[in-house]
Every structure is written in structure tokens, then in C-alpha cells.
Design a protein around this ligand. Structure first.
Ligand code: NAD
Length: 348
């Protein structure tokens, strides 16, 4: 907290629709008088020693502030590029990715009572990035599972369950096939479970969990699911679909050295304006996912009152359905939707 009574938070607007939805969050925060000062940095990669890296200024800002809100980053396709998201995860040891999916009251989807929390191991597994060609036409991709990373994410899942009043932790796995790797992930979960006798623990196969959640998500409302990297990536997008899509789902990357909050979705190039910062966006993007991510961030910072106030204003705007964006079936632009939330904040 600075001398002016405000907390400094790093803001990475990101690519594609990123700047547009970041603008919306900033406007809403000003209207709600949130005691946060944004330190805006670009993570546009620069060349250093023949490699593309994230600028030092961005890294230093996150390291100093330890909390950041991040827009989506487009991952360049092709050789020699590392994913910037992966770089951030590794640089700050962002070991757990928390993805809640909660139905919005009043916004109609085929499911009414989705309330899942999924915690994804964020640093290894199928995303270790170790791939090689053995001989022509044969490649190997290494799924790396370590006891330490499994234990760390499992412990975080139990802590999260405890703090959020959820009574059960379910480890999601395919240990029937991947006996050693997923097997060890489960062993780590079982060991951590012993330290939390008040929270029940069980295990579910990934395929079974998918089937059960789409048939009836209700039983998943009382628990936290924890799983290796790839399973979490896929299962969380599936859960996002149950509550109305990617425009609504937040996430938090919880780390040892910092925590970075971001929407689950990407840069949405199909609805973004040109990538120059001087050209306005098209007004088609839904800023809710980034806004809800920022609300997770406020709760992480113990700014709960502001979190609740902004959350109520946003969710009631969606529930009324008059001023919502195209992805939710409405006609409002990003700015009109933002203005409707601000209007509610003023009247609250
Ligand atoms: P995407 O999430 O960007 O888009 C998928 C679909 O959802 C598109 O039709 C898009 O228009 C829509 N959509 C996404 N967010 C929306 C929003 N806020 N409002 C309205 N509609 C929205 O996925 P993609 O097209 O596969 O990826 C585009 C780029 O984003 C790629 O370069 C990818 O690597 C990157 N990406 C980044 C992150 C991240 O930074 N965390 C996550 C996923 C993808």
C-alpha cells in the first residue's frame, strides 16, 4: 500500500480484445473508488540475445507489486516462440490455476445451478514443453509429474476448500492408464488429505467426471476439483460452456512469488479491432470474465467490500438482460455494458 493509501497493481492489457476489456475494468474501478493504482506494462516480447523474452520492466513490476491483472496474450504460432503465458507461469512460480464457474442468476442457460471450482496444476504435466523427434515420423512429448508440484497444488486445493466452505476435494485423473504419473499425483493428494480431516477426499476418472458434470452439475457445487494441467485446461472450458461461455469465466494464477488474475479466454482475434493501440476496439467483446477475474483479485487482497459491490452491479446487469453483449445474446457494445454497470454502482 502506497503513501496515498492505494495499492499498486500491475495491469497487462494484452492483445486483441485485451486493451478494450481492460479499459472497461479501469472505468468500473474508478466509478467504484477502488483504492488501486494501476501500473500499466506491456509484455510485448523483445529480442534479447537472439531469443524473444518479456521486457524486464514488466517482470520487475509484477515482482514488486506481487499482484497483477492480465489481459489475454496471443501465442505466436511457429518455431522459436515460447508462449508468454508459460513464461509468466514459470517466472513467478504460478503453481495453481483456480477456475470457478458459477451460474449467473437470471441469465438463462440449459443449466441453472452450476457452481464448480476447478484447480489446475499450472507448471508441468502435459505442458512441460519437452518434445522431441526420436526418428523420422516418431515424436515423443513428455508428461512430467513431480511429487513437489503435485503436493503443492493439492495442498492449495485443500486450503481453498477450507477457506471457501467447501466440504470435499475430488482429484480428477486417468491413473487407470497413466499409472505412474497420475498415480503419483493421486498419492500426493491422498497424503495431503490426511492433514485436513474435516474435508472429505475422493477421486474421479476424468471421463466419468465430464459425463457426470454435463448430466447433472449439482453434486459438484459442494467441492473443489484438483487435477493435472491438461485435464484442467479442457474440463474448465467445458464447465465454462455450462454457464454461458468464455465471456463469463474468470481465473487466478496463484504463485509463490506473485499472483496473476486473468480471464480464461484468449485474445479473440475474430472480434478484436486492429492491434494498434490507436485504433479503438469493435465494441463486441464482453469484459465480464476479466472483471470477475479482477474481483477474485480484490478478494485475494482482502478488499472484499469492493469485490461484492462490483460483482453485484455486474451480475444484476447481466440478469436484467437489457444491456448485455452479443456473446450473451444482447446488442450492447462493450462501452454500453460498462456504462450500465457504472450506473448501477452510482445508484448503489
Ligand atoms: P479465444 O478464447 O480468443 O476465442 C474463442 C472464441 O470465444 C472466439 O469466437 C471469441 O470471439 C470468443 N470470445 C472469447 N472471449 C470473448 C469475450 N470476452 N467476449 C466475447 N467473445 C469472446 O480462443 P482462440 O481464438 O483459440 O485464441 C486466440 C488467441 O488467444 C491465440 O493466440 C491463443 O494462443 C490465445 N490465448 C491466450 C490465452 C491467455 O492469454 N490466457 C488463453 C487462451 C488463448
Amino acid at each position: 500500500k502506497g503513501a496515498n493509501g492505494k495499492y499498486t497493481v500491475t495491469l497487462i492489457p494484452g492483445d486483441g480484445i485485451g486493451p478494450e476489456i481492460s479499459e472497461s475494468v479501469k472505468d468500473i474501478y474508478s466509478a467504484a473508488n477502488v483504492p488501486i493504482e494501476w501500473e500499466e506494462v506491456s509484455v510485448a516480447p523483445i529480442l534479447k540475445g537472439g531469443k524473444t523474452v518479456i521486457p524486464d520492466a514488466a517482470i520487475n513490476s509484477v515482482r514488486k507489486n506481487t499482484v497483477a491483472l492480465k489481459g489475454p496474450l496471443a501465442t505466436p504460432i511457429g518455431k522459436g516462440h515460447v508462449s508468454l503465458n508459460l513464461t509468466l507461469r514459470r517466472t513467478f512460480n504460478l503453481f495453481a490455476n483456480v477456475r470457478p464457474c458459477v451460474s449467473i442468476k437470471g441469465f438463462k442457460t440449459p443449466y441453472e445451478d452450476v457452481n464448480t471450482v476447478l484447480i489446475r496444476e499450472n507448471t508441468e504435466g502435459e505442458y512441460s514443453g519437452i518434445e522431441h523427434e526420436v526418428v523420422d515420423g516418431v515424436v515423443q512429448s513428455i508428461k512430467l509429474i513431480t511429487w513437489d508440484a503435485s503436493e503443492r497444488v493439492a495442498r492449495y486445493a485443500f486450503h481453498y476448500a477450507q477457506a471457501s466452505g467447501r466440504k470435499r476435494v475430488t482429484a480428477v485423473h486417468k491413473a487407470n492408464i497413466m499409472k505412474m504419473s497420475d498415480g503419483m499425483f493421486l498419492s500426493a493428494c491422498r497424503q495431503v488429505a490426511k492433514d485436513f480431516p474435516e474435508i472429505s477426499y475422493d477421486e474421479d476418472l476424468l471421463d466419468r467426471a465430464c459425463l457426470q458434470i454435463v448430466q447433472n452439475p449439482k453434486p459438484y457445487a459442494d467441492r473443489v476439483m484438483v487435477m493435472p494441467n491438461l485435464y484442467g485446461d479442457i474440463l474448465s472450458d467445458m464447465c465454462a460452456g455450462l454457464i454461458g461461455g468464455l465471456g463469463l469465466t474468470p481465473s487466478g494464477n496463484i504463485g509463490r512469488d506473485a499472483s496473476i488474475f486473468e480471464a480464461v479466454h484468449g485474445s479473440a482475434p475474430d472480434i478484436a479491432g486492429k492491434s494498434s493501440p490507436f485504433i479503438a476496439g469493435k465494441g463486441l467483446a464482453n469484459p465480464t470474465a476479466l472483471l470477475l477475474s479482477s474481483i477474485m483479485m480484490l478478494r485475494h487482497m482482502n478488499l472484499n467490500e469492493y469485490a461484492t459491490k462490483i460483482e453485484n452491479a455486474a451480475l444484476s446487469t447481466i440478469a436484467e438482460g437489457k444491456t448485455i453483449t452479443g456473446d450473451l445474446g444482447g446488442k450492447a457494445s462493450t462501452k454500453e455494458y460498462t456504462a450500465a454497470i457504472i450506473e448501477k454502482l452510482r445508484r448503489a
